[in-house]
Design a binder for this molecule. Sequence first.
Ligand SMILES: *Cc1c(COP(=O)(O)O)cnc(C)c1O
Length: 459
Amino acid sequence: MKDTLKTFNEIASLLLEKEKSNPVADFIPSKDVFKTLDISLQEEPIVDEIFLNSLKELLLNTPKTATSAFFNQLFGGRNDKAVLGDLLAVILNNSMYTYKAAGPQIGVEKVILEKVCAMIGWDTNSGGSFAPGGSMTNFMAMLMARDSKNSHVRMDGVSERMTVYTSTESHYSIPKNAAFSGIGRNQVRYIPVDSFGKIIPSKLVESIEEDIKEGYIPTLVNATAGTTVLGAFDDILPLSEICKKYDIWLHIDGAYCGSVLFSNKYKHLIKGVEKADSFSFNAHKMIGTPLTCSLLLVKNKKYLDQSFANEADYLYQTDEDDFNPGKTSLQCGRRNDALKLWTLWKSVGTKGLEAIVDKQFELANVARNYIKSNSGYTLFSFNDSISVCFNYKDIPARELCTLLYEKSQLLVGYGTFDGNEFIRLVTINAQNDKEDIQNFFKVIEVFVSENEKQLSKTS
Ligand SMILES: *Cc1c(COP(=O)(O)O)cnc(C)c1O
């Protein structure tokens, strides 16, 4: 293992060095990837030198997500302390189902979940779990909503027509999860949004009333804290009133921007989160830990038990349930996603996490100000969002984004809202500075002036 660590150090150092001079990997068209790189597998072992050369070539040609040229959705940067925790989690290789297998790492997970629940404002009845990504934490919330509505479903399957409400701007995991959970994609109601991309509460009420008349059973309202395109925050308080009135589970999908919880300046964007039944956020997005680090929090942990507990004598042989989180998680064997958040949080404190979040809003302000004060730009997004949506010189966004990628200039995506298609800059990498954001625009401007002919203009 010592030799392996030495090799790791060498390769990682090489990568770090190369990404400084070459912040965007050379573009390899997907159709050429097997021709360009030695990825194929063969019967016989190969000598170390050839193996290492193939490996290095592969790594150097992989997209670089930590540089100041990566603004694709919805993560970026590289946080030293969090990387340290994740590397050590690999070396330790515990499975997070029992205290017997993971020991104090279970304590690490518990301490994070309890602290976040306390920050939400929930009492000791609350609980949570880590799952591999926001799609899966949303899935867990949907399953708890379903089983809280009808506790027989877990034994007998879904026989009623349950409905789920979410905005037209919400994440595509909601319909996917409706299919997985047996609720069904056709039972998802897409509620319209206002001009800021926020769900319209009165439209939600209309939809619920109509469904009740038709004999459906309204089961879950999903609110979004940071919509995928605009980074908009649904107003939680009116939604919580509606959910209370109609006895519907309220989940807040904060995968993208739920981490505003850590910021005194921006937590007002999720005002009322304590009234929700469940809340999820991805620390691998705004907090900047390595992928994946997604937390699900639930106001009453009995719903975690109801939906996820299963006896397994071969597995649960020691300790209280409280220290065997396999009983309240989606998976059996489960990676330790908690340690990387803990190493970061322990070292920088809650105030350090707050600074990470605030920095992203600062950078978004820099970007919006740049767009407003320079000619040729049109802005399509709003304050209090880390998604900055714009067009430059009316060039079709998808064309510009694709060419920037193919010419190894920048990685940035595009999105649509209200009939407009635009470039979406996400200022999610808190290691960037004001200059990096300004440089992003400079790269675009120079690139456009050099490629004006190739970029067809819309009329
Ligand atoms: C990213 C995102 C998700 C999905 O999270 P994954 O970790 O990619 O599965 C869900 N909802 C929203 C709003 C997101 O931005």
